[in-house]
Design a protein around this ligand. Structure first.
Ligand code: LLP
Length: 407
């Protein structure tokens, strides 16, 4: 949809996250459609953007949720996701989290180690229930993405090797407090190459077959998330039809529900960070454009050297030159874009940081006692509205001020 960013900036101030709910829904529907003809569940990876209204936008379409903390599970439930569509993953779940997840009766807990399997069993025993679990298998496939977001190699902390997974499934099958219903893999994020995904899917599907032969009947084939998106605009991306086809091919002959956990694919390009120029300065040969958003609002450039497109929302005739877009945070690593071409800018000019809908607000912090930005959602039906108000100074000190000591 067409968004009037200038009016939004005037109305809600900056820095401002703006989400296009129409775009996000369209992405959801496109993915759901390619798995048509198969039993499938799209479980939105809440970590990419966990605003309650964003989750609700997907839940209304029938989405489930992929969560990595009990906090995310509770967000999903609050936003209207059905418990039987929620998966709880992560390498380090605490007893309290496992207990709450079991009490909430979610679809399954995704177990990532033998030690954790025993822990889930013992908590389930205490509660007198049978825990539905899946096991995250690490297929040792190189996803060919940024090392920080690669997860499917043995050198990464995620999942368990095939042999260990087998042992765990047999253990679970023989336990009266564990019900091994699913299998899971997720080899990395921002994947732009189909080959590693299809290789991983075949490896895991073969494991499902060998488990079936020993009486372990898997029902949910969870292929994780990771579908890459355009940041630069000219990347070759995974073709969704081909992706679905590879998965269907891998599991041919098996009676499985395909579970997919997209995050970035659904949200990245449906989100923008709107920021205002404060000043420009020149340090020797180097030009800096200082804006009111910073690494605490959008960490990806600083953390991964990630590229986010920047668009100037003003008409300017003057000659362009190279500049770094930097924030007010007290760190040299605080930048949103480097070496981009822009005309000279004045205080109050607006810049749009693109592809900011995924891992933008969710990775924001209060560093330098900066309140987190306001979030606004737009769709055809309701227009634009606040879905999280800007954080105020009071919000930031609320949990501390009680403990101040007197004179
Ligand atoms: N499922 C599992 C088990 C995951 O670990 C992840 C992401 C997803 C699904 C969703 O992946 P997606 O579809 O969004 O690629 N902060 C990083 C990304 C970290 C991803 C962690 N796991 C970034 O800003 O690029």
């Amino acid at each position: 949809m067409i968004l009037d960013f200038k009016t939004l900036a005037k109305e809600y101030g900056t820095p401002l996250y703006v989400y296009d709910f129409e775009y996000m829904r369209a992405q959801y529907c496109a993915l759901k459609e390619v798995f048509g003809g198969e039993k499938s569940l799209i479980s939105y990876a809440v970590k990419s953007n966990s605003n309650l209204s964003v989750i609700q936008n997907f839940a209304k379409e029938g989405s489930g949720a992929d969560c990595v903390s009990i906090g995310e599970v509770k967000r999903a439930l609050l936003a209207g996701v059905k418990p039987y569509k929620i998966i709880f993953s992560g390498v380090g779940k605490s007893d309290v989290e496992i207990k709450e997840a079991l009490e909430l009766n979610i679809l399954m807990i995704n177990v990532e180690s033998e030690a954790e399997l025993k822990r889930v069993e013992s908590v389930a025993k205490t509660l007198g229930v049978e825990a539905r679990i899946s096991i995250r298998v690490n297929p040792n496939v190189d996803p060919k993405t940024h090392p920080y977001i690669s997860t499917g190699l043995h050198e990464n902390k995620f999942g368990v090797e095939i042999d260990i997974a087998k042992r765990m499934y047999i253990y679970a099958k023989n336990s009266s407090h564990l019900d091994p219903v699913g299998i899971h893999f997720h080899i990395g994020s921002q994947l732009t190459n189909l080959e590693p995904l299809s290789e991983a899917a075949s490896i895991i599907a073969d494991l499902v077959r060998s488990l079936k032969a020993i009486g372990v009947e898997i029902k949910f084939f969870d292929i994780g998330g990771g579908i890459g998106v355009k940041y630069y605009g000219d990347e070759e991306l995974i073709d969704l039809e081909a992706y679905a086809l590879e998965i269907k091919k891998a599991i041919k002959g098996l009676d499985l529900t395909i579970v997919c956990e997209p995050g970035r694919f659904l949200t990245a390009n449906g989100g923008y960070l709107l920021t205002k120029v404060l000043y420009e300065k020149q340090n020797g040969q180097k030009r800096f454009t200082i804006v009111d958003a910073a690494m605490n609002d959008l960490l990806r450039p600083s953390l991964y050297n990630a590229y986010h497109g920047v668009e100037l929302l003003e008409e300017k005739e003057s000659e362009i030159s190279t500049t770094d877009i930097v924030g007010p945070i007290c760190e040299s690593g605080d930048f949103l874009a480097k070496d981009i071409e822009l005309p000279p800018l004045s205080s109050g000019d607006l810049l749009l940081i693109k592809s900011a809908g995924a891992y933008g607000f969710t990775m924001a912090s209060n560093y330098n006692t900066r309140g987190r930005a306001c979030e606004v959602a737009c769709d055809d039906e309701q227009g634009c509205r606040v879905i999280r108000r800007r954080e105020m100074f009071e919000d930031l000190i609320d949990a501390e001020k009680l403990y101040l000591q007197g004179e």
